[in-house]
Design a protein around this ligand. Structure first.
Ligand code: FES
Length: 278
């Protein structure tokens, strides 16, 4: 029987491209060096992987790409700590380690036929990006798509070059909002929870998927519940202090669940009693 690779040992990978999404967020496209490993790296929207910056350390990141597009493995990474600053220094051709994919996934099959409301704040759009592109590429499988994307400023909005395609997809709408506009900004200047209230999406046959800063999730959740969304119609993806990614180190528990194996994707039905801010 073929030996499974050791999940603690990273695959060697090469950065194929690096693009600036904002002043502090970069999009990395990487390719595993070994062709068998590439075939083995079968992932879905919602999953994550660890990236190692050699000599510095590793950290977990959600997979930003949609696997079915077969355009490489992508991560949107904000420079906020030692590993992420080291990764931001790397250029095309540099080597990194990749361990994964880990975690559960957005149950995209269960969402078929439903109206989907995607609500992302800042870099919180990263795990939602493959969900959106899965719906866009299989448009007839899903109901209406409403994307609410917010950021501190227009310069902090991510995936801006895709808004046009998303917005022109049948039965789809993109609503952008910023906390603070500038002279060129013609869109909304409002907090995401207020935009949700203004747009008033129906909970009927709908799923809302939220990702962003905890404060934004907290207030958005309140508004969604006011609109009639039940806890099992609201989904998020959690970050945790993850070390192993395999349910072994015990660092990422939420109640009896481990974020790394039972999550990171949860409904609020599953986690609301364990997480104070929700
Ligand atoms: S990261 Fe070790 S148990 Fe989840």
């Amino acid at each position: 029987m073929e030996q499974k690779p050791n999940p603690f040992i990273p695959y060697m990978a090469t950065i194929r491209s690096v693009a600036d999404l904002t002043s502090d967020v970069k999009l990395f496209n990487v390719e595993l060096d070994d062709s068998a490993a590439r075939d083995d790296f079968d992932y879905q929207a919602g999953q994550f992987a660890f990236i190692s910056a050699y000599g510095i350390g590793e950290a977990p990141f959600c997979l930003t790409s949609a696997a079915h597009r077969k355009a490489g493995i992508e991560f949107a990474i904000r420079a906020v700590g030692t590993v992420t600053y080291a990764l931001h220094e790397l250029e095309e051709g540099a080597k990194v380690g990749i361990r994964g994919p880990f975690g559960n996934r957005f149950p995209m099959d269960d969402y078929k036929g439903k109206n989907i409301i995607i609500i992302g704040g800042g870099i919180g759009m990263a795990p939602l990006h493959p969900v959106i592109n899965t719906i866009v590429d299989h448009r007839d499988d899903y109901g209406d798509l409403l994307i609410i994307n917010g950021a501190r400023s227009p310069q902090d909005l991510v995936f801006t070059d895709e808004f046009d395609v998303w917005g022109k997809t049948p039965n789809s709408k993109v609503e952008l909002t910023v906390d603070q506009g500038d002279d060129n900004w013609k869109g909304r200047v409002a907090l995401i929870p207020d935009v949700v209230v203004d747009l008033n999406p129906s909970p009927k046959n709908a799923i809302a998927i939220i990702c962003g800063p905890p404060i934004m999730i907290h207030f958005t959740l309140i508004k969604l519940k006011d609109l009639g969304f039940a806890n099992d119609q609201i989904v998020t993806t959690l970050e945790g202090k993850m070390k192993c990614g395999l349910g072994k180190c015990g660092r990422c528990n939420v109640g009896e669940n481990y974020i790394c194996v039972d999550g990171p994707v949860f409904t609020f039905e599953q986690i609301s009693q364990f997480i104070e801010q929700f």
